[in-house]
Design a protein around this ligand. Structure first.
Ligand code: 4NP
Length: 152
């Protein structure tokens, strides 16, 4: 069983969308991967997902009730095998707080997508473009599932 944690700034827009879309893809593929999400900040701690993310997930029949923002904790760095930030700032913040032996678990989401290895997932909190978020997350899913399964 591999454990994956998606991380963004608020844990109400991008990372919960990644969590839910991965959970749906994993249940279809039958692979044994566990997913969760968290925030680098505590700004939205305890809050439900953003309406824009909710709209995207509901249109795809993904459950949304259990998606509540939480800030990443020290124990997450032990528990999870893959800690995936949605943009460079998330990765930078994660690197700054991760224990030494967890540094190698930290990745940029689009680093697995050919030709897009150094690109961010723009924050829809600022862009308003949740469809773009969905498309960019979708694009990465098969690459991540393949990579994670190869490590089992
Ligand atoms: P997220 O988006 O990191 O994709 O969840 C944001 C959510 C909230 C805020 C910023 C970004 N905020 O400033 O509260």
């Amino acid at each position: 069983m591999q454990r994956v944690l998606f991380v963004c700034l608020g844990n109400i827009c991008r990372s919960p969308m990644a969590e839910a879309l991965f959970r749906q893809a994993i249940s279809k593929s039958g692979s044994a991967i566990q997913v969760d999400s968290a925030a680098t900040s505590r700004w939205e701690h305890g809050n439900p997902i953003h309406e824009g993310t909710k709209r995207i997930l509901q249109a795809r029949s993904c459950p949304t009730e259990n998606l509540v923002s939480r800030q990443i904790t020290t124990s997450d760095f032990e528990r999870y095998d893959w800690i995936i930030g949605m943009d460079h700032q998330n990765v930078k913040d994660l690197r700054a707080i991760a224990p030494k032996d967890a540094q190698k678990k930290i990745y940029l989401y689009r680093s697995v997508v050919p030709q897009k290895e150094t690109e961010d997932i723009p924050d829809p909190w600022y862009t308003g473009n949740f469809t773009q978020t969905e498309q960019l997350i979708e694009e990465g899913i098969p690459y991540w599932i393949k990579k994670i399964e190869q490590n089992q």
